[in-house]
Ligand binder design. Sequence first.
Ligand code: AHR
Length: 660
Amino acid sequence: PLAIKIEGPPKPISTDLVGVFFEDINYAADGGLYAELIQNRSFDYSALEQLSWNPLSFWEVVQLGGGKGSLGLDAGRPLHPNNPTYAVLNVDNVGEGVGVRNPGFDGVPVVAGKKYNVSLFVRQLYVERRWGGGPIPDDKSFTLTARLEGPDGANLGETELKYSGSDWRRLEGGITADKSEPRARFVLLAHEQGGIALDMVSLFPQDTFRDRPNGLRNDLAESIEALEPKFVRFPGGCLVHGNGLANMYRWKDTIGPIEHRRAQLNIWGYHQTMGLGYFEYFQFCEDIGAKPLPVVPAAVSCQNSGVTGGRGQEGLPLTDMPAYVQEVLDLIEWANGPADSEWGSKRAAAGHPEPFNLEYLGVGNEDHITPVFRKRFEILHEAIEAKHPEITLIGTVGPSSEGPDYEEGWRIADALGVDMVDEHYYRSPEWFLENTQRYDGYDRDKSQVYLGEYAAHDHGRQATLRSALAEAAYLTHLERNADIVRLASYAPLLARRGHTQWTPDLIYFDEAGVYPTVNYYVQQLFSRNSGDQSFTTRVNDGEPGDGATGVFASTVLDSENRVLIVKLVNTTDKACATQIALPDGYSPKTPATESPATASSATVHVLTGDPMTSNPQDPMARGRSAESPMTPTSSPLEVAEDFDYEAPPHSLSVIRVRLA
Ligand code: AHR
């Protein structure tokens, strides 16, 4: 058998190692985690490279039983300057109702017996027209019908919404669906001749994650929670620096009432409502027990943006930097400041007087490390360090595991003494298996590392068990080096089938369900089986991570729970007999002393299967796959100071030894 020797003394490691990278890519936010069911609710979509979208996209006029009307746009008296355009519905002939219809994101999925909360802003124009521009009486009232309908127009449930007044009014109500329908549509009907202005037409399931208003889709939020991530990075990715300076993600545009938020284009070719904004991100982190890791732009645009007449990086004018620096400092005050501070009070007003305890802040996302970048990063770094030395500032070393950006990024980190740097790389499974000693040689006196984006891309950018095991082998190396690699996140996290700009992703979903990949289970096994100390683990007396046997191993101690966790990754196609020797002084608990639930001295979790299989087999196919997905199995295991264990071919085994 292969000798697996675990040697002490253990060294302290990061307890935050495995987190998630959330980017609004692949419809991860709007049409994804954010539970809003209406698409283009605020009538501000605009044309995109390949899409002729406009402010009325996804809306159409409904004319029932002889009704006649039209839908237009206006910007004369908006709800808020950040939300400039709104729809105008003109009813010429009432018939049985004239209104608007929205198909949501590939349909509005509704479940029989469930309630859906509708809300919208309305301003009456009936009277304005009749009064010919004179003073408007404020006693005008009328009723609208909000309805869910099936693809054939069948009524699935409705509610009446009453308006009175003369200015913008927020109306709300609830619709209970009387039939399940994955592809329902939302309809709003008026019953009087004249015109009304409409904005922020919104529909949410009543059941959102933790029942939060303006909340998150339950099944997706739960699948992220089940990863037990130690941190959540948001809002990206390239989304952070955006498609040109005007498209940078500005956190202040994403807080406060949703109708005051500034929606904008998404660099990935669709739109961002900002309904899932900074408050919702921080709240979600708190709800799932993960630390928030926001990333702000380093005052430069994405190097891949087309705005400069090709590819190039733009930097904010230096004269704008003081205001931008203040914007970033304000974020820290918003997250951590007292409820009576200027920005802390906005957090409190949103319902969270307690601080969010922000620890990590990313500045920049895989930018090209040019003099333009350097100047702006230096300014931001100096200001944040001076005012908030308690924050771990994470800089960037470009988009690759090596090369000029990486080298220059590290030179800057060395020169400034940056707390941590963010490395990104997407490589083949072979690359990951050949680089399982990368961080052994990193200088412990330099910046720490956040491996912010990584994934093994198998042939044709697949997520296979083979790629997942390459990531697992790499994670054994990250665990061993988690004294310097403090954080790591697979990327990207979410992808909506049919709206995917990037593959592979960790979790696929559609309106009907959530489909985790096999790589998801690797992340979960590492996150759920993390420790605070790491031991040197040798395979056949080799150097850790040398890969000579095709078997990779790591061992961590969860000292709070007195559990020693051994991970074995067998990348070969043969079952591998191993003999595992626990470190001196760490003996397993005697089973007899345990309750039946934990009657064995250890538990083993195993993930194994056909290496070329994806999970699900066709991640892009719509609907639930027929095949059963590859998921880990768990079983009791009897262990001693020295014990035999057979690692199945193509497998990850996680052995949890309860210590005496
Ligand atoms: O994860 C997808 C993209 O990959 C990110 O937006 C970007 O940072 C990287 O290039």
